[in-house]
Design a protein around this ligand. Sequence first.
Ligand SMILES: [Zn+2]
Ligand SMILES: [Zn+2]
Length: 392
Amino acid sequence: MDASELKKDVIAEVDKEHERLSALSHRLHENPETAFQEKKAAGWLADYLQEGGFTVEKGICGLATAFRACYGRGEPVIALLAEYDALPKLGHACGHNIIATSAVGAGMAARRAADRLGGTVQVMGTPGEEMYGGKVVMVKEGAFKGVDVAMMVHPAGMNTAATKFLACQALEVEFFGKPAHAAARPEAGVNALEALLLSYAGINSLRQHIKNGARIHGVITDGGEAANIVPAHSAGHFIVRAEDDAYLDELKERVINCFKAGASATGARLEYKWAEVRYATLLNNLTLARLFRKNLQSLGRQVHLADLRSGIGSSDIGNVSHVVPSIHPLIAIASPRVATHTPQFAARAASETGTKGLLDAAKALAMTAVDLLADPSLVARAREEFRQNKET
Ligand SMILES: [Zn+2]
Ligand SMILES: [Zn+2]
């Protein structure tokens, strides 16, 4: 059986699973769980794969809601990545229910190809993308050793095979001042809120003079207790992003200087802590992206090869892409005007268009797995491109 017939087969498999995949996607959507709390989601997805003959290991890499499900044996090992965390208050406003169900749908369909051609299909449950970077931990713990390629599809307002993610790191800051009666003894106080406001203004000034594509943004989480007390404590969360790792390092230092300036001007003491997890830029593997694009186009969608003009943020798939040839294509489930992380996008993730997106994504992923299992030279080419990307 050649690759084109096997592709028809995997398409038929996804169609056969239509009802179950759609029900699973809706169940995830109706039961949103935030980063590292995805107990139900991880359980439902792993059970579905186990019923389909996958060997499942739960709680891998010390993460309770991560899992690995394997089918077939030998090389190549094709990993399909499932994300399933939701956002606080907004639910599945990033559409991770669609990422998860397209990955398991593709995995189930690709069993057919692994049976006939050999090789391993591996669905990896990667939790906590939105907040803690579950994949960063999984990369550190060696979860991707022995994996030849990694693929996943994210819902969006467009179809594109390659996209841009920024390197990023989060920062927590606190200022410690001295309380005083704001009217009776203002001279006795050290104002921690002013320290944070000056730092914030400093960052606003800095932002005019940073490279295109870099981002700095933050919120104030503590600005004091009462108007008549000089705030003795203030706190904020900030995120710094850049198009490459070296520039991120440079920006991080300039941002900290803004906070030091706030401390110096007011006399409040600064404490800060960078998040342990740092998201890397995404190295798009164009060998894989081209295969995926052709497969998704064959399903009747217009697909850009790459939309690298603007980043849609940062993701822990970036860290995976530095150890394994990877792609993170986008599938359109909404118009380009509907942004992710909004209630409107959450509604699209549970719509008919959302289900169509998950089925097409599952088919294109499974068809790309067929390409790779049928022709080992494509895997070699993807690995060679990865090696060259790493060198430059
Ligand atoms: Zn998101
Ligand atoms: Zn997302």
